[in-house]
Design a protein around this ligand. Structure first.
Ligand SMILES: O=C(O)CCC(=O)c1ccccc1C(=O)O
Ligand SMILES: [Mg+2]
Length: 336
């Protein structure tokens, strides 16, 4: 469904709307609980879960993905399972073994780094060393844009001294926030590929990364890019290899990510194993990888779990207001 065809109110399209608070196994991205909304539309269940600090402008883009999932079938997949990467938060090195144990069979591990910029580089090196020691997987790092150009160059140099790193690294995701800085890092660092995440999903113009030669690889996320089809277009137009990744969604949102990953011609282990970082979900059989792969297909929340994890009334009201504000924003823009 196109924004121009949206009915006046979300309640006219969605027959059910639920807000839940899901506890997490470990702190990730500064949070220990994931608050999100799931809705039921004519084509099935869909998730609406922009992070709580996002404003209407950014959050309404995520709502496009929700509307797509609730009203249309996903594109025909080209494979029926999707390989995932393990995701290691910026945790102390001694926790790495426990985290890796939650992702059996993953052949790639993504490690969060730079929680405090270059100040955390020693802890980051410890964590990366632990990953390389405890698994034989390939490795990806994600700095979430925390470094300046010179900090990125220095940090990357430190990582390349860790035994096994150079041989096993796939890429470093978003070392710096600005696209121009990614270009500079890419020019100054040899032998380590650069991936763009925020520069794709938070950009007015996601194709700028490819035009300026700011990355070797991109990360594609369904909700921030406005849906599975919109994400496929971004990947095609960028012309760069792409990794599909989650926004720390429930299994409902993850299943849309799996639909995207299963639609792309080239497969790259997806960051969609993050149900393993939640200690509860809205479906009875969470989308947890077995032998490193996830199945393609829709999922159905359990009314019991929706009830069990229902958010506090004030938080539910906040989400319903947010949904309506984003809905109004999409309808306003329907002439675009
Ligand atoms: O890609 C993964 O392995 C997991 C998902 C992930 O890292 C993530 C999850 C929520 C918000 C941002 C990010 C990110 O890639 O920066
Ligand atoms: Mg990232």
């Amino acid at each position: 469904m196109d924004a121009r065809d949206l009915p006046l109110e979300p309640g006219e399209l969605f027959s059910e709307m639920h807000v839940v608070t899901l506890p997490m196994v470990t702190r990730f991205r500064g949070i220990t609980e994931r608050e999100l909304m799931v809705v039921k539309g004519p084509a099935g269940w869909a998730e609406f879960s922009p992070f709580v600090e996002y404003r209407v402008d950014e959050a309404s883009q995520w709502l496009r993905a929700t509307v797509e999932a609730a009203t249309t079938e996903f594109p025909t997949p080209v494979r029926d399972t999707v390989r995932i990467n393990a995701t290691v938060p910026a945790c102390p090195a001694h926790e790495v073994g426990g985290i890796l144990g939650r992702f059996p069979g993953a052949e790639v591990v993504k490690v969060k780094i730079a929680a405090r910029g270059l100040d955390s580089v020693e802890e980051d090196v410890e964590r990366v060393s632990a990953v390389l020691r405890l698994s034989s997987a390939r490795i990806r790092l994600d700095a979430n844009g925390a470094y300046s150009v010179s900090e990125a160059v220095n940090a990357i140099r430190r990582f390349t001294h860790v035994p096994g790193f150079v041989e096993r690294v796939e890429y470093i995701e978003q070392p710096c926030a600005r696209v121009e800085d990614l270009v500079a890092v890419r020019e100054q660092v040899e032998g380590v590929r650069i991936a763009a995440d925020e520069s794709i999903r938070k950009a007015q113009d996601p194709l700028r990364v490819a035009r300026l030669g700011a990355a070797d690889h991109i990360v594609a996320k369904v909700q921030p890019l406005g849906g599975v089809r919109a994400a496929i277009r971004v990947v095609e137009q960028c012309g760069l290899p792409a990794t599909v990744s989650s926004a720390l969604e429930s299994s409902v949102g993850l299943s849309a990510g799996v639909a995207l990953a299963a639609s792309l011609e080239d497969e790259s282990a997806a960051g969609l194993g993050t149900a393993a970082l939640l200690s509860a979900d809205v479906v009875t059989n969470p989308l947890r990888a077995r032998e490193g792969v996830l199945p393609v297909g829709r999922v159905e929340p359990s009314q019991l779990l929706l009830e069990k994890h229902r958010a506090q009334p004030a938080r539910t009201e906040w989400w319903v207001r947010r949904l309506r504000a984003c809905w109004a924003r999409l309808r306003e823009r329907r002439e675009d």
